[in-house]
Ligand binder design. Structure first.
Ligand SMILES: [Zn+2]
Length: 470
């Protein structure tokens, strides 16, 4: 029986081009999508894209003197180029300005309205333009939004349509507690239960002061905004997955977005009569040289800059192995370069090159060229890391194999061996490298291909250095 698996990332807001801070999540999600695609029985769909409506797009466009749509077209295309540079294998790059998305959002709204979960009211509160959200006094740090400490908080009164979020508190609590795989990891789950404990209030889902958005059906002075528009992208992008109770749906996001995905989104889905996602995974954040990455601090690095300098798989490797999967992490370029040299140039790259050159010299043909991941001896261990969302351990597992083969070469002094003994060693090493290529393929796809190419021809042909020393 085929297994449908939907992998999604947060869709990034297009007020600015995504930087390496956003890219981390895409690399993680991409590795999961590529991993599940290794199994022929899986029907994998990988969705990412851009969130485009709202006041920030309007403001940014106005500053440049262009129409909002022209502005978001440009930023969205730049974001997509960043993802392409990182070899992100999305099946659809969705934009909330896509025509089909508008239809889906309107339909969703009508379903929720018909279930009496939407009503008209007015709201006065503290508002952060950076978040495009009303905040509570208790959310503020020194009178400012913790995410936007440079922006002023204003008081706003607005007539809004509200989503009856509070009505789902009991459902959410019960659901989270009875579905251990739903909110991951554990710290995130506890945060969510604590949010519920503190009390969930109804949430405004429309604005009259914003024009760049999807109009509320039958009340076009209002446009739907932020979450009621953005979250629904998952259904627009992959409707057949949400229509299938047996599909696996995994949402990857940053920890600041978990609340919306683990509490609001399930309430919306429940209201409109859709199934729940399987897992909401919130990763932590990284800082760069001890600082938050932000335009105002001037420390923004684009993925393309790193990829040009170090190569796409070096960037993927560093973040997958040492990134903020479960804890906040500080990254530095010095550390990236140190890891590049030790793990990649002197590690996998050197091993492949040594073995390929010796095998090439012998004119050797590898005995078993085609390997299937599920038939590998220790596959179950590797698979469990993906089930546990421990992609950091999965990549460590592969590098343990790299070290084992390195030790084999040195211990047996393969370069001094002769005849049958040498042939046996090189067959063993080549087979080991082909296994590594299979395991590493969802994480470092180009590297996997380059290894496979060297060892699967009629005879072994050594290639260029996988990771030239810096
Ligand atoms: Zn804010």
């Amino acid at each position: 029986m085929s297994q449908k698996i939907l992998i999604t990332t947060a869709i990034d807001y297009v007020n600015d081009v995504i930087h390496i801070g956003h890219a981390y999540q895409k690399i993680v999600a991409d590795s999961f999508a590529r991993y599940y695609r290794l199994f022929p029985e899986n029907e994998v769909f990988f969705l990412t894209g851009t969130d485009e409506h709202g006041s920030k797009s309007e403001e940014a466009a106005a500053k440049l003197g262009v129409e909002p749509k022209a502005f978001v077209d440009e930023v969205s295309a730049k974001d997509r180029a960043q993802l392409d540079a990182l070899n992100i294998s999305y099946d659809r790059f969705i934009r909330t300005t896509d025509a089909d998305h508008r239809e889906v959002v309107i339909d969703f709204y009508k379903r929720s309205l018909a279930n009496e979960d939407i009503y008209k009211g007015s709201y006065t509160g503290l508002y952060c333009v950076g978040c495009e959200e009303f905040l509570k006094e208790k959310d503020l740090v020194n009178g400012k939004c913790p995410n936007h400490p440079t922006k002023e908080i204003s008081t706003l009164t607005e007539e809004n349509y509200f989503f009856k979020w509070s009505a789902f508190s009991g459902f959410l609590k019960e659901y989270i507690e009875s579905h251990p795989d739903f909110v991951k990891h554990e710290a995130r789950k506890n945060e969510m239960l604590s949010f519920i404990e503190q009390g969930i209030e109804d949430i405004p889902i429309s604005r009259t002061t914003v024009h760049f958005g999807i109009p509320v059906p039958n009340d076009p002075d209002h446009v739907l905004y932020v979450w009621f528009d953005a979250l629904i992208n998952y259904i627009t992008g992959a409707p057949e997955y949400f229509a299938d109770d047996n599909a696996t749906i995994i949402h990857f996001l940053g920890k600041d977005n978990v609340r919306w995905h683990a509490l609001l989104w399930p309430a919306m889905l429940r209201s409109a009569g859709f199934r729940m996602p399987t897992t909401v995974y919130g990763h932590d954040f990284f800082t760069l040289n001890g600082q938050k990455i932000s335009k105002s601090l001037g420390n923004v690095i684009l993925p393309t800059e790193l990829v040009e300098k170090y190569g796409v798989d070096a960037v993927r490797y560093y973040f997958l192995r040492y990134g903020p999967l479960r804890n906040d992490v500080d990254v530095t370029i010095e550390e990236l370069e140190r890891v590049y040299n030790s793990d990649l140039a002197n590690g996998l790259g050197n091993l492949v090159s040594r073995v390929a050159k010796m095998a090439e010299k012998e004119g050797m043909s590898v005995n078993h060229k085609t390997l299937v991941i599920s038939e590998l001896e220790d596959f179950k261990i590797f698979d469990q890391y993906f089930s546990d969302f421990r992609i950091d351990l999965a990549i460590e597992f592969i590098w343990n194999k790299v070290h084992e083969l390195d030790r084999y070469v040195d211990h047996h002094k393969v370069w001094e061996q002769k005849g049958e003994e040498k042939e046996k060693s090189l067959q063993f090493l080549s087979r080991g490298l082909l296994e590594i290529a299979v395991y590493v393929s969802p994480l470092l796809p180009d590297t996997a291909q380059k290894i496979t190419d060297q060892f699967t021809g009629d005879t072994v042909v050594s290639g260029n250095s996988l990771f030239p020393r810096l």
